[in-house]
Design a protein around this ligand. Structure first.
Ligand code: AMP
Length: 503
């Protein structure tokens, strides 16, 4: 295994005259344009003192130049550390201290670390010098581009996990982790030479940066590149695409468009969804409105993609499919012992795309890997007799009420089936008697939903101890950029809701 960029550069060179990025203003970057800007960025990184193994922390808006900066970091053997653009200065402080980068590329100058600025068009100080040299100079640079040799196990990126729970941890991913997963996905999803990927995901996250971009780059196919998700624009853009990758919110927002689908979608080859659970209702509505069956898959920053519904064969709602080739997956009890088929337990995985550990957290790393090398994902799941995985919640999401365990996902699924409920999130809050009580935070379709309605609807489906003790109606659920409901925020807001009701 070599530097991942060596592999990508060969594809880029072979497709140099073909479109690579199709932008909102209909400008097109050909593969050779991307290669030139990668070369310029690689030169600039070296000039700024980045050497192999150095971290490059990047907090910039999504742009073609941002993509080039990622590839250039790989090219010079650096370790790419993308950060959510929504992080505040205080949060940024933590990441910069933790990653101790050789360079920070962001929107403003920093004094605590070597830094360079880059605006949305990549025209900050980072690129200014090189781009000013003109196209001929860039061509020369691209021709002379030397790629720093790397071993498969060498670090390529550190992804700080979403931070929905506790202190953010930096998942260390190697060139081999990225390369094997990209190859496996491109095969699993049958990537075709004429595919056009609709890319509206952020590229500071595993989904947009690796899963989506790598499939297109590895195959030399174009991406319809959108700086952010805008449902109306995405709907129009789908007319010229064949594959879309998105989080569930993409799908719900598209379905919420009054005229959806206003464009013919018959030509679409694949709709892929992940990063958060897709409800059965959205899965089914999408099927009935578009005729397409969403392919749901399951992954995380630490492992990239683990499982996928099949390209050919039945895609079932509320399941995330089968392990990718080479991945070992088991459902285990709290001690890592495999559980029988059909039982709920922690999902543990081992394979070529699984990260090597958390950056500078040896103890945390040791506690999240089993002795036999399996990574404890923290997700709860069950595998059926055919080997299909379903996720039922997160270990940290578990609610324990009166000594009984409740998996929020199961309750949410039941609530979401109520015609009065648009969506829901189930949390555990302190309860004077039971320790924790189940509370349902509900976004109603119209009128506020009452506890009596919920009792009536769930009474025959779920054991009494699983049913919500309290209902809170809200206008919308708090979500992070990747569409995940922020349960910590809900728990903090509603921690007194049951106590107050009891007293
Ligand atoms: P992140 O590292 O931010 O991508 O978050 C990874 C987590 O997202 C996983 O551990 C799961 O809890 C969740 N996740 C990812 N894909 C799915 C999916 N298809 N269904 C349910 N949860 C998912």
């Amino acid at each position: 295994m070599q530097n991942l960029y060596t592999q990508l550069d060969a594809v880029i060179a072979a497709h140099s005259e073909q479109p690579c990025l199709i932008l909102d203003d209909h400008k097109v970057w050909k593969f050779k344009d991307l290669q030139r800007v990668v070369a310029a960025a690689a030169g600039r990184l070296k000039a700024l003192g980045v050497t192999p193994g150095d971290r490059v922390v990047v907090q910039v808006e999504k742009s073609p130049h941002n993509l080039a900066l990622y590839l250039a970091t790989l090219c010079v053997g650096g370790v790419y550390v993308p950060l959510n653009t929504a992080y505040t200065e205080a949060e940024l402080q933590y990441f910069v201290q933790d990653a101790s980068p050789a360079l920070f590329v962001g929107g403003g100058d920093r004094t605590d670390v070597t830094s360079a600025t880059m605006d949305v068009r990549g025209e900050g100080s980072f690129f200014a010098d090189t781009l000013a040299d003109g196209i001929d100079k860039l061509d020369e640079m691209a021709a002379a581009l030397s790629i720093t040799p790397r071993q498969g196990e060498d670090l390529a990126a550190i992804l700080y996990t979403s931070g929905t729970t506790g202190r953010s941890k930096g998942a260390m991913l190697s060139h081999a982790n990225l390369s094997t997963n990209a190859q496996a996905l491109s095969t699993a999803w049958g990537w075709q030479a004429d595919d056009v990927l609709l890319h509206a995901l952020p590229i500071f996250h595993v989904h947009g940066l690796f899963i989506a971009s790598h499939c297109a780059l590895l195959n030399g196919t174009p991406m319809r590149w959108m700086d952010k998700f805008d449902a109306a624009k995405v709907q129009q853009a789908l007319a010229d695409c064949t594959v879309m990758m998105g989080v569930p919110t993409f799908y719900t927002r598209l379905l919420a468009l009054k005229d959806f689908p206003a464009v013919n979608l018959d030509h679409m080859r694949l709709f892929v969804c992940g990063s958060a659970p897709l409800t059965e209702q959205v899965f089914e509505q999408w099927q009935s409105r578009t005729g397409h069956t969403i392919l749901e898959r399951y992954g995380m920053s630490e492992t990239i993609i683990n499982t996928s519904n099949p390209l050919h064969g039945e895609r079932l709602p509320a399941t995330v499919g089968f392990p990718l080739p080479g991945l070992e997956l088991r459902i285990a009890d709290d001690d890592g012992n495999p559980l029988p088929t059909g039982e709920v337990g922690t999902i543990e995985v081992k394979g070529p795309s699984v990260f090597s550990g958390y950056w500078q957290m040896p103890e945390k790393t040791a506690s999240e890997f089993r002795k036999d090398g399996f990574f404890i994902t923290g997700d709860l799941g069950t595998v059926d007799v055919h080997g299909r995985l379903s996720i039922v919640g997160r270990a940290k999401d578990l609610v324990i009420s009166g000594g009984y365990n409740i998996y929020p996902k199961e309750v949410e699924r039941a609530l979401d089936e109520m015609p009065e409920v648009l969506e829901s999130a189930v949390i555990g809050v302190p309860h004077p008697d039971f320790g924790e009580a189940v509370v349902a935070v509900i976004v109603p379709v119209n009128e506020p939903v009452t506890l009596t309605q919920v009792d009536a609807a769930l009474g025959s489906q779920l054991a009494r101890f699983k049913q919500p003790k309290q209902i809170v109606n809200v206008d919308s659920l708090p979500r992070n950029t990747m569409g995940k409901v922020q349960k910590n925020a809900l728990r903090a807001t509603y921690q007194d809701v049951v106590d107050q009701a009891v007293t």
